[in-house]
Design a protein around this ligand. Sequence first.
Ligand SMILES: NC(=O)c1ccc[n+]([C@@H]2O[C@H](COP(=O)([O-])OP(=O)(O)OC[C@H]3O[C@@H](n4cnc5c(N)ncnc54)[C@H](O)[C@@H]3O)[C@@H](O)[C@H]2O)c1
Length: 358
Amino acid sequence: MRKKQIVHDKIKIAIIGYGGMARWHHMHMMLSGKISVIGAYDIDKNASDAARIRGLKVYAAAEELLADKEVEAVLIATPNDVHEYYTVLAANAKKHIICEKPAALGSESLARMIKAANDNGVFFIVHQNRRWDKDYRLMMRLAAEPGLGRVYRVQSNVSSSHGLPGSWRKVKAKGGGMLWDWGVHLIDQMLEYDRSKVVAVTCRADYVYGFDVDDGIEMFLDFESGLTAHIVIDTNNFLKERRWRVFGENGTGMVEGWHTCGKLIMVKERLDKKNKGITAGNGFTKTMANRSRSTIKRIRIPRSKAQAKTPSFYEGFYNTLRKGEPQLISNESVMRCMKVMEAGFQSIEQKAVIRTNI
Ligand SMILES: NC(=O)c1ccc[n+]([C@@H]2O[C@H](COP(=O)([O-])OP(=O)(O)OC[C@H]3O[C@@H](n4cnc5c(N)ncnc54)[C@H](O)[C@@H]3O)[C@@H](O)[C@H]2O)c1
């Protein structure tokens, strides 16, 4: 019997900006079996050498890369301030585009990028990869637990003590700072979780390291549904924080870290008759006393219960280009996230709650 021949019509991609994230993409694109990385352009000699060593064709200029007929699509993985420049250039050269996050440094800039892609009939897809993080999917699974009741608050926390990495992430003009860098992921996740409108954004920032960009933020998003998302990003916190906390009417859930299982503590008996109160500090309290064990139940939710297997980002990109499937990450959703971030910056600047309809 003749073996069925599998024909792979791989997408040929070239990378603009061959730094840390580009190399990660390079490896994973090759592993996906859907994309073939053929070349790269970078303004830095060391980065260009790294691309050459990894067998890529190195271009002397972005225009040369874009003039290469073999190149069907580009990945833009430069610092954030030049994403728009390269997106418009690539769109005008009729190349499909994967752009790293944050796609732009404002909604007007993002609108120009989307327009350039639409005008030229090419796809523009932003790499909002954390929509498929297991810890996030597990949080959603926890929040959907029927016994939990209405979820009124979700806390999303990423904390470390490593400070701002690299060089450009410390510079405002380059699109540095944690609100752009991690805020874009954590906001995006919350907007995917609750599709109702964001009606208010409150944000404050830390500048511990003395650069002109934030190195940590705390943000509240109020949704029309009644949910409040509490987002914390810290680069100068030496404590280990929980990645997710989910507050429901009848219990509290948590996902400890990126790779842990989920835990739920739910009420069995609302009234704790055994609570006689405690001495706390210089006072007495019944409100803040520990609950009797018999009034609560604990449930462990394994990681395997994290919601739905989704196609990989690259598979999605392939299916959009080759099979005409809808983009895995819609540009409308990217724009929505961008507008929330803008409101966040406005809130930091004005030290005020920003009313929104996003
Ligand atoms: N989605 C994710 O999980 C994720 C993770 C990390 C970084 N990123 C994003 O990827 C992008 C790159 O981040 P990184 O961590 O790889 O940064 P990096 O500093 O490691 O790499 C950036 C590269 O771009 C090159 N470069 C700078 N200006 C350029 C220009 N004008 N033209 C061409 N090349 C230029 C630099 O020489 C460098 O090699 C950023 O947008 C960042 O937000 C995304």
